[in-house]
Design a binder for this molecule. Structure first.
Ligand code: MLT
Length: 254
């Protein structure tokens, strides 16, 4: 992986393929490797940029609290470093929150937006409290509590579940806690939807146990020009559970 120093941390990214620049942003508490299988199907058409968000994978983090907007600013800095003026920005789940923040903060750098298993809504007060409680548990006991709570919900597919469990166990407590707090404090992006004029693709499995498919149906209802693909029987990890249809859908951002 390549690394750049930016915003007080080291940001790692994988880059492969040739063509239209497309950033693939991973979800919580994972890293860019969740995109690997889908990337194989896209690298003939796209210049794929797959960062590890701050605090995940091979990227470091900072000790101060940070926001989803800061993660979006890291990506903007990375594109700037690479000399890329405009890119398709795709985010999975928490990566979708980052992609939405990127679209709000840097609209002129967006060619198109892809939201995979994500949503525009902010946390309910209960969900927010749950994130702080989980962060405290991670501080006391490590990332195993998150792996236990999340792995079964991320996918019903045993192969994918084992992959994500191993991946979560390799993440740093500081990164996981930082992202939990950033997600808890993120803003509601509903009003942004009407402002998004570029191509938008929305992908969601209807067996998602973490973010219900209704969140994507609602986004589609609010953005007339969006392409919405609903995957039957697929959980929260379409890029691993149905790589073919995920790649086909993201190809629309060409
Ligand atoms: C994710 O998969 O990135 C997270 O589950 C999103 C969330 O907790 O809101």
């Amino acid at each position: 992986m390549e690394k750049i120093n930016i915003n007080g941390l080291s940001l790692a990214y994988d880059r492969r393929g040739k063509g239209t620049p497309l950033v693939l942003i991973h979800g919580f508490p994972l890293d860019h490797t969740t995109w690997n299988e889908t990337a194989v199907l896209l690298e003939d058409t796209f210049d794929l940029i797959m960062p590890d968000l701050r605090g995940f994978g091979q990227s470091t983090t900072i000790s101060e609290a940070y926001a989803i907007d800061d993660m979006a600013t890291d990506i903007a800095g990375l594109l700037d470093h690479l000399g890329i003026e405009k890119a398709g920005i795709v985010g999975h789940s928490m990566g979708g929150y980052v992609a939405l923040a990127f679209a709000r903060l840097h609209p002129t750098h967006v060619r198109g937006l892809g939201l995979v298993s994500s949503q525009v809504l902010a946390d309910s007060p209960e969900r927010k409290q749950g994130r702080y409680d989980m962060a405290a548990k991670v501080g006391g006991n490590g990332v195993g509590v998150v792996a236990d709570a999340m792995a079964p919900k991320l996918s019903a597919d045993a192969r994918v579940q084992e992959f994500v469990r191993d991946l979560i166990m390799r993440q740093s407590p500081a990164g996981v806690m930082g992202a939990l707090k950033a997600m808890a404090e993120r803003e509601d992006s509903t009003s942004l939807l009407a402002l998004l004029k570029f191509a938008i693709v929305i992908l969601h499995g209807n067996a998602d146990e973490l973010i219900p498919v209704d969140r994507s149906r609602e986004m589609k209802a609010a953005i007339v020009h969006a392409e919405f693909v609903e995957l039957k029987g697929i959980g929260h990890m379409p890029m691993m559970e149905d790589t073919k249809r995920t790649a086909e859908t993201l190809r629309l951002l060409k």
